[in-house]
Design a protein around this ligand. Structure first.
Ligand code: UGA
Length: 480
C-alpha cells in the first residue's frame, strides 16, 4: 500500500459522521472546513435541533465560528442514519464507548450503528471507526455488517483514530502530528487518503482564512497507513503512554517532596532530553477526563483477555488514584483538622479551558473535602452549571461568581484545575479576601517565591513549601 494513492474527484467525497459528541462534532465541522460535504447524524433529536439552530453544545475553541460558517450548507445535521448512509461515500462512527463495570469499553453503541448502516448499504461504502475502541473492533464491525446480509465487496471497515485534546480539538484536527489510517484494502485506503488530502498535500494551509496551527504547506502532517489492528492499538497505546508519563512525573514529584527538590526543575531537566520530550510532565492531582481513565482501563483489560501481563498500567492507575489522596493530606497538613473548615475551591473541570467534568479529579477532591466535613465555595469559569447538576449546592457547598468570592473568608484556597485565568489573579486582592492566606495549589500555577512575597503560605506539588516573607523572617530571626 502506498501513502501516495489518490483519487481524482476528492472534492466529491461525501462524508457522514455518526455521533455529535466531542469527536463527532469536531470531525464533522473540520471535514467541512477542509472542503467536504458532511452530514452529521445523531439519534438524539434535541441535540440535532439545537445544532441545526446554531448551538454548539460544547465549549471548544473555533467551533462556534466554523459551525456558523458551514451550518446548513457544507454541513447538515439529521437523525436519519439510513439517509446519511445512502447519500455518503464514507461513514465515520464517532459514538461513545463508555467504560463498562469490568473496565472494558462498552461497544454496544458502535454495534447498533454498524447494524443500522448495514440495513441501508446497497453500494460500496467505507465505514470508518473513529471512536476509541479496542483491537479487533474493526473485525467485529465487519462481521456485524455481514451478518445483516451485506456482501463483503460492498464495504470496507477502516480504523482512523483521533488524537484530539478537548479545548484545542479543532486545531488538533486540522494540525495533527499524524493521521493514522488502518486499512486492509487499497480501495478504502485511497478514499481515506483523498479525504485527508487537503491537509497532507498542504493545500489547506495556503488558504488565507485557515485555522492557524503548527502545520504549514511546507510541513504538512504525515498520513501513516497501517493495518486495522495496528491503528486500534496505536490509539490505546498513545493514551496509555501519555497517562504513564503523567503518573511517572507525579511519582517523581512525591520523591521531590520527600527530598526538598523541585519537580519543575527535574521535569525540565529530563524533558530537555529529546528522547523524552517536555510535554505531559506537569505534575498535579492526577489525570482525569473522558479518555485517559477509561482508555487505560480498557487497554489493561484487552491485555488481560489476551493473557498479556501489563501490570505497568495497573501501577499507572494506582499512582493516579493515590495522587488525589496525597493532595487531601496536603490540605490537612496545612489546616491541621478539616471538619468545619471553609475551603475556597478554584476549578471543577478535569482540566483548564473546558467545561467537561467527566472523571474530573477536581470534583473527586471536592467530594473528599465534603466527606471530611468542610464547607466549600467553588468557582470554575465554565464548568459550574454541569457540576451543579451532578453535585447540587447545599448547606456545605456553594457555587460562586468568581475566584475572589471563592476565597472570601475561607480558611484556605485550593486550586484544582489549571485554568489560565487563575494564573493572572490579583494576589493582593486574594490575600485580603482569605481569612487565612493559605493556598494549596494542585496544578503548580504560581511561582512559590511570588506567593511568599505576597504573604501566602503556599503548598504546591513536588516543590518546597513557601511561607510568607514576614513569618519566615520572624521564625528564622534569632531569639532576643
Ligand atoms: C486526551 C489526549 O491528550 C488526546 O490526544 C486524545 O485524543 C484524547 O485524550 C482522547 O482520547 O479523546 P484530553 O482528555 O482532552 O485528551 O486531555 P489532556 O489534555 O490529554 O489531559 C488529560 C488529563 O491529564 C487532564 O486531567 C490533565 O489535567 C492531565 N494532565 C495532562 C496532567 O495532569 N499533566 C500533564 O502534563 C498533562
Amino acid at each position: 500500500m502506498s501513502t501516495t494513492t489518490r483519487i481524482d474527484n476528492k472534492t466529491d467525497i461525501k462524508i457522514a459522521v455518526v455521533g455529535s459528541g466531542y469527536v463527532g462534532l469536531v470531525a464533522a465541522v473540520c471535514f467541512a472546513e477542509m472542503g467536504h460535504d458532511v452530514i452529521c447524524v445523531d439519534n438524539d433529536e434535541r441535540k440535532v435541533s439545537a445544532l441545526q439552530g446554531g448551538d454548539t453544545l460544547i465549549h471548544e475553541n473555533n467551533l462556534p465560528e466554523l459551525l456558523e460558517r458551514y451550518r446548513n450548507n457544507k454541513i447538515r445535521f439529521m437523525t436519519d442514519l439510513g439517509e446519511a448512509t445512502r447519500t455518503c461515500d464514507a461513514i465515520f462512527i464517532a459514538v461513545g464507548t463508555p467504560q463498562s463495570e469490568t473496565g472494558d469499553a462498552d461497544l454496544s453503541y458502535v454495534e447498533a450503528v454498524a447494524c443500522e448502516i448495514a440495513r441501508s448499504l446497497t453500494t460500496y461504502k467505507v465505514i470508518v471507526e473513529k471512536s476509541t475502541v479496542p483491537v479487533y473492533t474493526n473485525e467485529w464491525i465487519r462481521r456485524a455488517i455481514e451478518r445483516n446480509g451485506v456482501a463483503r465487496e460492498l464495504f470496507d471497515v477502516v480504523s482512523n483514530p483521533e488524537f484530539l485534546r478537548e479545548g484545542t480539538a479543532v486545531s488538533d484536527f486540522l494540525h495533527p502530528d499524524r493521521i493514522v489510517v488502518g486499512a486492509n484494502s487499497d480501495r478504502a485506503a485511497t478514499v481515506l487518503s483523498a479525504i485527508y488530502a487537503p491537509l497532507t498535500d498542504g493545500e489547506y494551509y495556503t488558504r488565507p482564512d485557515h485555522i492557524a496551527g503548527p502545520c504549514t504547506a511546507d510541513a504538512p502532517p504525515p498520513l501513516l497507513l497501517t493495518s486495522t489492528k495496528s491503528a486500534e492499538i496505536i490509539k490505546h497505546a498513545s493514551n496509555a503512554f501519555l497517562a504513564l508519563k503523567i503518573s511517572f512525573i507525579n511519582a517523581v514529584s512525591n520523591l521531590c517532596e520527600a527530598t526538598d527538590a523541585n519537580v519543575e526543575q527535574v521535569a525540565r531537566g529530563i524533558g530537555l532530553d529529546s528522547r523524552i520530550g517536555p510535554k505531559f510532565l506537569r505534575p498535579g492531582i492526577g489525570y482525569g477526563g473522558s479518555c485517559f481513565p477509561k482508555d487505560v482501563a480498557a487497554f489493561r483489560s484487552v491485555a488481560d483477555q489476551l493473557g498479556i501481563d501489563f501490570n505497568l498500567l495497573t501501577e499507572v492507575e494506582k499512582i493516579n488514584t493515590h495522587q488525589k489522596k496525597r493532595f487531601l493530606s496536603k490540605v490537612r497538613s496545612a489546616l491541621w483538622t478539616l471538619r468545619g473548615k471553609r475551603i475556597g475551591v478554584l476549578g471543577l473541570a478535569f482540566k483548564g479551558e473546558t467545561d467537561d467534568i467527566r472523571d474530573s479529579p477536581a470534583i473527586e477532591l471536592v467530594e473528599m473535602l465534603l466527606a471530611e466535613g468542610c464547607t466549600i465555595a467553588a468557582f470554575d469559569p465554565a464548568a459550574m452549571k454541569r457540576t451543579a447538576d451532578a453535585l447540587p449546592p447545599g448547606p456545605n457547598l456553594r457555587y460562586v461568581e468568581d475566584a475572589y468570592a471563592a476565597a472570601d473568608d475561607a480558611d484556605a484556597l485550593v486550586i484544582l484545575t489549571d485554568w489560565q485565568e487563575f494564573g493572572t489573579l490579583d494576589l493582593n486582592k486574594l490575600n485580603t479576601a482569605l481569612r487565612y492566606p493559605i493556598v494549596i495549589d494542585g496544578r503548580n500555577l504560581f511561582d512559590p517565591q511570588v506567593m511568599s512575597d505576597h504573604g501566602f503560605t503556599y503548598l504546591s506539588i513536588g516543590r518546597p513549601a513557601a511561607y510568607p516573607v514576614r513569618e519566615l523572617t520572624a521564625s528564622t530571626s534569632p531569639t532576643p
